[in-house]
Ligand binder design. Sequence first.
Ligand code: BGP
Length: 461
Amino acid sequence: MKYTFPAGFWWGSASSALQTEGESQHGGKSQTTWDVWFARQPWRFHQGIGPDETSTFYQHWQQDIALLKQLNHNSFRTSISWSRLIPDGTGEVNPEAVIFYNTVIDELLAQGITPFITLFHFDMPMVMQEKGGWENRDVVAAFARYADTCFRLFGNRVKHWFTFNEPIVPVEGGYLYDFHYPNVVDFRRAATVAYHTVLAHASAVRLFRAGRYEGEIGIVLNLTPSYPRSDNPADVNAAHCADLLFNRSFLDPVLRGQYPQDLVELLKQYDQLPLCEPGDSALIADGKIDLLGINYYQPRRVKCRDSAVNPDAPFMPEWLFDHYDMPGRQMNPYRGWEIYPPGIYDILTNLRVNYNNPRCFISENGMGVENEARFINNGKINDEYRIDFISNHLAWLHKGISEGCQCLGYHMWTFIDNWSWCNGYKNRYGFVQLDLSTQQRIVKKSGEWFSAVAASNSFDK
Ligand code: BGP
């Protein structure tokens, strides 16, 4: 069957500043929580590889943008590093950073590639973390100022802005499950962090609208459709709770301008509501977006809890549901994530039916694979599995579009094998293979395939 996409469909990939730039101590940049955490606990990072060992986009931007062009990207998302642009978080703008990001944006445009810019992709400046990070309400204003600085400096050329990438991840990782700094496990603090992130997002949107910048502003959310084990009401309720906590805690504020009442009630019931101030509801209502980026990797399978919770233990999301290993599900054995292409269709349908069909696009989707060198054939990685992964997801995305969903594009994670948060180079995702020691780049088979798909705006399967 031939799948053809609407004219002007966005084909591209996504990346982020910290995962590609390198030079974390140079060019006037200050440290992020990742630099500090790595210095303190290198054993937490796969093979002891930290955020300095990257594809060095800071030096190789021109070569990499030429490769994006070769792969027929018409759009590309990366992030601006707050700690590079405003090293002390709130003060002077770093002129070297302005030159760097201007150069990157101008080169993308010169090559006919539309820049999509994220403002916060997990890289909290350490100076801000020392003031409490997202737990401290003052960081909201600091972030808004940083966002406004970006709009002023680059808004004449950047027309697609995203306040946050996957804001739930620093909440889960940093305050619930110990895979991001500051490694706290405390639901109430997690809820505060999530709440302040929503306020920071909305403050940035307000400034964007007040400044009458051209273009559109959105956010990138990792949506994990929650599937119950069965139709049994207890399982269905467990899936509903997981959906409220991990999807709708961000989705509803940014699309509907308010929190779901069910979520408020749930947090009240367990005495976990964050502190609200007068004016917050109006601010959140102003945070409605123009464009939603959807990162989709895997669904969430849940069931009701089999055993009672210990009422003396601190509250955690798992009080409300249990994870369920559905028999026969297809897994990515390397990353341990389920592969379920229909999930993309379910997300789009849910948005169309329940959220008034917002403008959206797939901003990340991809497959991390270990030890890809074993698939080298005639000098390049023959990653058929990645082509299968992408085409299966694209087929379901196409079905969503044919039923009326406003999905405007597909960005793969990621363009070049890059550094991953705690996993270093364990799971490689790129269209382009990176040799870390020589910095050599070789396009994989999937890169050639994607390039042809983007050029023809279609593929056969
Ligand atoms: C997303 C992040 C990316 C990227 C990707 C792959 O959650 O937005 O930054 O890292 O996941 O995940 P990982 O690198 O953990 O395998």
